[in-house]
Ligand binder design. Structure first.
Ligand code: PEP
Length: 253
């Protein structure tokens, strides 16, 4: 919408061994063969499957993304993976601040901000995940929570950097639940995010930033989200683990 190229990203989470990743990536590739892709398509396997998936995607327009990173390049940071390591494997994207990492692994807004800056500095396009949980929604705090997360993450960026960030609005209650937000609710939050980016970094950044919806997106409901003026694509979990289904989702989107 409005000149922004749509983006459809598959988050494989902690699924696939390398052989399975190669098969899944190949199935997505095959399902999209011969299609003129209006959307950018990104697959995000776990770290240990990046190389295998990357090989299966070589020469195709489908891009590779990682699910996390930390700042720095090389050094004393046991267990961590940095932007140059991901770049070397062919990654162009990286998910930052997924709700599972916030909730299960204790990631804070401050940590996520550092990761976001590291992704940009390291030449990766970050997909920043934000979203309210069920209790926050019940309490009417959706906008406050989501905009607070976005403001924290983007506050220190230059406008040119902010324009490059992809923001995925993923209500926590909708992830893996089979109950997506309505397209209208996704649009309302996406529009509020874009207005916040305009206040923080100006109208050009706001017009350029891509806002995705995520949470129980399937081939049969993607079109409703893509029809919203401020929704520029989707971050897809469960439905990205079936290559034919994800290819169908891309074609429907
Ligand atoms: C996700 O994990 O980012 C996600 C949106 O999952 P699902 O599509 O399975 O709800």
């Amino acid at each position: 919408p409005a000149g922004r190229r749509p983006l459809l990203a598959g988050n494989w989470k902690m699924h696939t061994l390398p052989g399975e990743a190669a098969e899944l990536a190949a199935a997505v590739r095959q399902g999209l063969e011969g299609q003129a892709l209006s959307a950018e398509v990104v697959l995000c396997p776990p770290f240990t499957s990046l190389a295998a998936a990357g090989q299966a995607l070589a020469g195709s327009p489908i891009a590779l993304g990682a699910q996390d990173l930390v700042w720095g390049e090389f050094g004393a940071f046991t267990g961590a993976i940095s932007a140059p390591m991901l770049r070397e494997l062919g990654c162009r994207y990286v998910i930052v601040g997924h709700s599972e990492r916030r909730q299960l692994l204790g990631e804070t807004d401050a940590l996520i901000q550092r990761k976001l800056e590291a992704a940009l500095a390291g030449g990766l396009t970050p997909i920043l995940c934000v979203g309210e949980d069920a209790a926050q929604r019940r309490e009417g705090r959706t906008a406050a929570v989501v905009l607070g997360q976005v403001a924290f993450a983007l506050a220190g960026l230059e406008p040119g950097q902010a324009a490059q960030v992809v923001i995925a609005y993923e209500p926590v209650w909708a992830i893996g639940s089979g109950t997506p937000a309505t397209p209208g609710d996704a649009q309302a939050v996406a529009a509020a995010i874009r207005q916040l980016v305009a206040r923080l970094h100006g109208p050009a950044a706001a017009a350029a930033v891509r806002v995705l919806y995520g949470g129980s997106v399937k081939p049969d409901n993607i079109a409703g989200f893509m029809a919203q003026p401020d929704v520029d694509g989707a971050l897809v979990g469960g439905a990205s683990l079936d290559g034919a289904a994800f290819a169908r989702l891309v074609r429907e989107g």
